[in-house]
Design a binder for this molecule. Structure first.
Ligand SMILES: Cc1cc2nc3c(=O)[nH]c(=O)nc-3n(C[C@H](O)[C@H](O)[C@H](O)COP(=O)(O)OP(=O)(O)OC[C@H]3O[C@@H](n4cnc5c(N)ncnc54)[C@H](O)[C@@H]3O)c2cc1C
Length: 577
C-alpha cells in the first residue's frame, strides 16, 4: 500500500466513490489544497519522503494560474531590475535542471531584445550591483541591458546547457528580424526555455509520484474535482464536485496551495488572511504566418510604449503574444477582455509596424491570475515574483496549522516544493531521505537528446513495427512514454487516425483516458492535449473525442451530451465552429 488513486485508475463513478471512502477513513499527516504546480510539487516532495499526504483540487490538475503562464521556463532577466538576485539565481538553476529532467517538454528558446538607444537605465539594479549611479537613464538601452545580460549569463552558469548572449548591430538585426520597427538600432540574443505543455508536466509529476508511492506503505492520494468547504469538529470538510457528496478528512497539517485563491481558502478554514494581491495576465494565440516569419524562431522580448515588457514567440505554427499585468481582487472573474486584446495589438504594431493583426487571427485567448504577495502602494510590475510561506498556527476549533504557499513561478516549482516540504518535515519531526534535484520527470526519463533521437526512433520502429513519422510525433507529445507506444502497437485499430484529427490515433486517446486521471471531457481537450490552445477544438473534434472517451469512462448518452455541452461553454468564442 499505497496510492488510493493509482496512476492507471480510470476515474469512473465507482472507482471515485471507493477512493473517497478510503480517503475519508484515513488520518493523513498532511493535506494539500490546490493541485497547481506548487501544490503538486509539494505533494511530490512529501510523498517521496514517506509522508502520508492527500492532495485535493477543486477542478482538474493544473487548472488555475499554472495553466495560464507565458509558458517560459526562465531565469527572469527582468527581475534584475528589481534587484531580485536570489530569485534570478534560483530560477536560472531550476531552468537548467528542467532542461535535463524534463527535456521532452522544456526546450531552449532563443530570446531577442530589440533596443532603441545605446543608453538607458531600467536595469538600474544592475547598476546598483556594479555600484554605478542608478536612475540616470530613463529607458532601457543596449549598454545597460547588456550589463544585465552579463549578470544573467553569470547567474545561469551552474549546469549551463545553453550559449551565452550575443549583441547584433542594426544591419544584422533587421536582416534577422524582418518587419522590426526601423528605429531599432541593435538587438541582443540570449537563451531561456519554453515549456511546450505545462499541464502535462504537472500531471506527470502526479502520476510519477503515485507510481512511486504505490510501492511503499504510507497512504497517499490525489483527488481532483474536490473542493474544501469548511471545518467540522476539527476535520476539514470536502465536497466531491462530480456528485455533490460531502465528506470529512483528518490531517495533522494543511498546506494551502490555492494560488490566487489562497485567502478565499483560508477564509473557509476560519483564517482572515490577506496574503495575495493577484495580477491578471492575458495571452493571445495567433494564426499569423507573416508574424511567425518575422520572429525567425525567436522570442522577441520588447519594451512597450508604456515601459512594460511584452513578448511574442512561435508556438508550433502559431504565435503566442503576451501579456498584461492588471490588479484583480477576485480571481474567479479573470477573463481576457477586449481592451487587453486592443492593448496587445497596439504593442505588436509598435514592434512590427508593417504587420496587420485583426481579431480574425486569434485562435485562442487565455487569462490567469498571478498569485503575487499582497502589496500596497507599489506598481504591480514592481511586486516581487519570489515565493514565501505564511504559517497560521492552530487555534481553538482548528487544531492544525495552515501553511500558505504565496507567489512563486512555474520555473521554480521544484525549489518552492522543496522549501515547503522542509518546513513540513521540521514540524513533523521527520528528515528528508530523497531529493528531486536530478530526478527526471515523466516522459523526460531516458529521453534521447539531440543526435540520439534518430537511433532511438529506429530502435522503437524495429521493436514495435510502428511508422517513423508516428513515433517522432509520439516522442514530441509524450516524451519517452512506453505506455503510449504499447497502446498504439496493441492493434491495427489503435493506429486508426481520428476523423477530425488525422494526426491523432485512437490508441493514444485510449491511453490518455485510461491512465491520465480524466474526469471531464475538457480535461482531455484543454490539458492532456494542446488542441484548445492550437485552436483545433472544433465541434467535430469535441464530439469525436467525447464518443471515444465515453465507453472508457463509463459515460452514458446523457452524460456524453453533458460533457460536450460543458466543453462548448468553456471554449472561447474565437474557436471555430
Ligand atoms: C499570466 C501569467 C503568466 C505567467 N508566466 C509565467 C512564466 O512564463 N513562467 C513562469 O515561471 N511563471 C509564470 N507565471 C507564474 C506561475 O504560472 C504561477 O506563479 C504558478 O503557476 C502558481 O501556481 P500555484 O500552484 O501556486 O497556483 P495555481 O496554479 O493557481 O493553483 C491553485 C489551485 O488551487 C485550486 N483551488 C482554489 N480554490 C480551491 C478550493 N476551495 N478547494 C480546492 N482547490 C482549490 C485552484 O483550482 C487551482 O488549481 C505566470 C502566471 C500568470 C498568471
Amino acid at each position: 500500500m499505497y496510492a488510493f488513486t493509482n496512476e492507471s485508475s480510470k476515474m469512473t463513478t465507482q472507482t471515485r466513490n471507493a477512493s473517497i471512502d478510503d480517503i475519508a477513513s484515513t488520518q493523513f499527516d498532511v493535506m494539500i489544497i490546490g493541485a497547481g504546480i506548487n501544490g503538486v510539487s509539494t505533494f511530490r516532495e512529501l510523498a517521496l519522503n514517506g509522508v502520508s499526504v492527500l492532495l485535493i483540487e477543486r477542478q482538474d490538475f493544473c487548472s488555475g494560474a499554472s495553466a495560464a503562464p507565458s509558458r517560459l521556463i526562465h531565469g527572469g532577466i527582468k527581475y534584475l531590475e528589481n534587484g531580485e538576485f536570489r530569485l534570478v539565481a534560483e530560477s536560472t538553476l531550476e531552468r537548467n535542471r528542467l532542461l535535463h529532467n524534463a527535456a521532452h517538454l522544456v526546450k531552449p528558446l532563443p530570446c531577442t531584445i530589440p533596443f532603441y538607444s545605446w543608453f538607458g537605465g531600467l536595469f538600474s539594479s544592475a547598476f546598483k550591483f556594479l555600484r554605478l549611479p542608478a536612475g540616470r537613464f530613463k529607458k532601457r538601452g543596449a549598454v545597460v541591458v547588456t550589463v544585465g545580460l552579463l549578470i544573467y549569463d553569470w547567474m545561469g552558469r551552474k549546469q549551463r546547457v545553453m550559449p551565452t548572449h550575443k549583441v547584433h548591430g542594426a544591419a544584422k538585426s533587421h536582416q534577422l528580424f524582418t518587419g522590426l520597427d526601423r528605429s531599432v538600432i541593435a538587438t541582443a540574443t540570449y537563451y531561456d526555455a519554453l515549456i511546450t505543455q505545462p499541464e502535462r508536466l504537472c500531471l506527470e509529476l502526479v502520476t510519477d509520484t503515485l507510481k512511486d508511492v504505490a510501492k511503499t506503505n504510507h497512504p497517499c492520494a490525489v483527488l481532483s474535482y474536490t473542493s474544501v468547504t469548511g471545518l467540522d469538529d476539527g476535520s476539514v470538510t470536502l465536497r466531491d464536485e462530480t456528485s455533490g457528496r460531502e465528506f470529512a478528512v483528518d490531517a495533522g497539517l494543511v498546506v494551502n496551495a490555492a494560488g490566487p485563491w489562497i485567502d478565499k481558502v483560508n477564509h473557509v478554514l476560519g483564517i482572515d488572511s490577506h496574503y495575495i494581491g493577484g495580477s491578471k495576465g492575458s495571452h493571445l494565440i495567433l494564426n499569423h504566418p507573416e508574424m511567425l516569419a518575422c520572429l525567425n524562431g525567436h522570442m522577441l522580448y520588447f519594451e512597450t510604449g508604456d515601459n512594460r515588457l511584452c513578448l511574442a514567440y512561435p508556438i508550433g505554427d502559431k504565435v503566442l503574444v503576451g501579456t498584461t499585468d492588471i490588479r484583480v481582487d477576485d480571481p474567479d472573474t479573470a477573463r481576457c477582455e477586449e481592451d487587453e486584446v486592443d492593448y496587445l495589438f497596439t504593442v505588436m504594431a509598435e514592434l512590427l509596424p508593417g504587420v496587420q493583426i485583426t481579431r480574425e487571427h486569434i485562435v485562442y485567448r487565455y487569462s490567469g491570475v498571478r498569485p503575487l504577495p499582497f502589496s500596497d502602494g507599489i506598481g504591480i510590475g514592481k511586486v516581487s515574483r519570489d515565493h514565501s510561506i505564511e504559517v497560521d498556527e492552530p487555534v481553538e476549533g482548528r487544531q492544525f496549522a495552515v501553511a500558505s504557499l504565496v507567489g512563486g513561478k512555474w520555473t521554480t516549482f521544484r525549489a518552492f516544493g522543496e522549501v515547503a516540504s522542509d518546513l513540513v518535515f521540521k514540524r513533523l519531526g521527520r528528515v528528508r531521505t530523497r531529493d528531486t534535484q536530478g530526478l527526471a520527470i515523466g516522459g523526460g526519463r531516458d529521453y534521447p537528446a539531440g543526435d540520439n533521437q534518430h537511433a532511438f526512433i529506429q530502435t522503437q520502429m524495429a521493436k514495435y513495427a510502428l511508422p517513423e513519422a508516428l513515433l517522432i510525433r509520439v516522442l514530441e507529445r509524450y516524451g519517452c512514454n512506453p505506455g503510449v507506444i504499447e497502446a498504439l502497437s496493441a492493434s491495427e485499430q489503435a493506429q486508426q487516425p481520428l476523423a477530425a484529427l488525422p494526426d491523432y490515433r485512437l490508441g493514444e486517446i485510449h491511453y490518455i483516458c485510461k491512465h491520465e486521471q480524466i474526469t471531464h471531457l475538457d480535461d482531455l481537450i484543454f490539458r492532456r492535449t494542446t488542441l484548445a490552445l492550437e485552436g483545433r477544438a472544433t465541434m467535430a473534434t469535441v464530439s469525436e473525442l467525447a464518443h471515444i472517451a465515453a465507453p472508457i469512462l463509463g459515460w452514458d448518452a446523457q452524460q456524453t451530451t453533458a460533457e460536450i455541452e460543458r466543453c462548448q461553454v468553456r471554449l472561447p468564442d474565437s474557436i471555430p465552429a
